[in-house]
Write a protein that binds this ligand. Structure first.
Ligand code: SF4
Ligand code: SF4
Length: 93
């Protein structure tokens, strides 16, 4: 398996580098950055399911290759989906 690399995400204009085993919320908290409510841009979402698999709250649903959606009632704003999406489709709500 390929070596995991840090992921760089941007929240509110601030760049955060998330090491492979780190939680987005911990890195954001250490940087004093609040994770906003997030939504998925249906126009660019590829339905790859990476976000869904990484969402421990079970807040993301969607069929493969179809746009996914975030259930705001279940979302705990941990930001993990933001770090997993490779198409930049997870955006502030
Ligand atoms: S922010 Fe966290 S809880 Fe909310 S949809 Fe993304 S991964 Fe799931
Ligand atoms: S990771 Fe991104 S492209 Fe893949 S399903 Fe989720 S929002 Fe869509």
């Amino acid at each position: 398996m390929a070596e995991k690399k840090p992921v760089v995400i941007k929240i509110g204009g601030v760049e955060l580098t998330i090491p492979p085993e780190a939680k987005v919320k911990d890195v954001a908290a250490a940087a004093g950055v609040a994770i906003p409510r997030l939504t998925i841009d249906a126009a660019t979402c590829k339905g790859c399911q990476l976000c869904l698999k990484g969402c421990e709250a079970g807040a993301i649903s969607g069929e493969k290759k179809e746009p996914h959606v975030i259930d705001q009632d279940k979302c705990v704003q941990c930001g993990e989906c933001l770090a997993r999406c490779k198409t930049g489709s997870v955006v502030p709500a």
